[in-house]
Design a protein around this ligand. Structure first.
Ligand code: CA
Length: 224
């Protein structure tokens, strides 16, 4: 079991490394974000333990970049940033778990066990609407074979629309599905995200796929 620890506090990084090695894990340490990112992309890893405040590239950015590259290695964020909004941000960016410092090693080990026993590669078929393709397992979207880069919320919104191809989704349904952590999301947030999505998925192409159904909501693809 190969674990990458990205942590710039040298003492803490080395303490984690020693503790994990006693648990018989193989551990690589990166003391800055750039090295961490390089290793996360190039090495075959079973888990990444990721600090957020790091020199060169911060942890959230690393998480976003590796997920954008279709790397699904489980990520456990280990940080002093303990606000609920920090946790939501971390998990929305693609992390699988979040622990706040100071932490107990026993809990860290338990979480590592939980994260590394999950199936690694869930089979998720590619979704299609005409020439628009979305691959849920690789986090990639393309249209007419041109790659499209989306934010995690835009991706989730498009995936939800495509999974319900030909059906109208109301703003309330969309909010409930995409923003289930937040209690007070306003309907115009959906409009804003739909607009961003259209700018990327529809505008550059001849045929718009995302339809507004006045008074009801949104739909992608022809009605079935
Ligand atoms: Ca740090």
């Amino acid at each position: 079991m190969n674990i990458l620890v990205v942590e710039d506090e040298v003492k803490l990084a080395n303490a984690i490394k020693r503790a994990l090695e006693i648990q018989t894990y193989a551990v690589t340490v990166a003391y800055d974000g750039q090295t961490g990112l390089d290793l996360a992309v190039s090495e075959e890893l079973d888990l990444i333990i990721l600090d957020l405040m790091l020199p060169k590239i911060d942890g959230l950015e690393i998480c976003r970049m590796i997920r954008n590259q279709g790397i699904h290695t489980p990520v456990l964020i280990l940080t002093a940033k303990g606000l609920v909004s920090d946790k939501i941000n971390g998990l929305d960016t693609g992390a699988d778990d979040y622990m706040v410092k100071p932490f107990s090693f026993e809990e860290l080990f338990a979480r590592i066990r939980a994260l590394t026993r999950r199936p690694r590669h869930v089979i998720n078929p590619v979704l299609t609407v005409e020439d628009l393709l979305l691959d849920p397992s690789k986090f990639t979207v393309s249209r007419n074979e041109i790659g499209i880069s989306l934010s995690s919320k835009e991706f989730a919104l498009l995936e939800y629309l495509m999974r319900n191809k030909g059906s109208i989704l109301t703003k309330t349904q969309i909010i409930g599905h995409i923003w289930d952590y937040d209690a007070d999301v306003l309907p115009n947030v959906v409009e804003v995200h739909i607009k961003h999505l259209r700018d990327k998925v529809d505008k550059p192409f001849e045929k718009p796929l995302i339809m507004t159904v006045r008074g009801f909501g949104y739909m992608i693809g022809a009605k079935e």
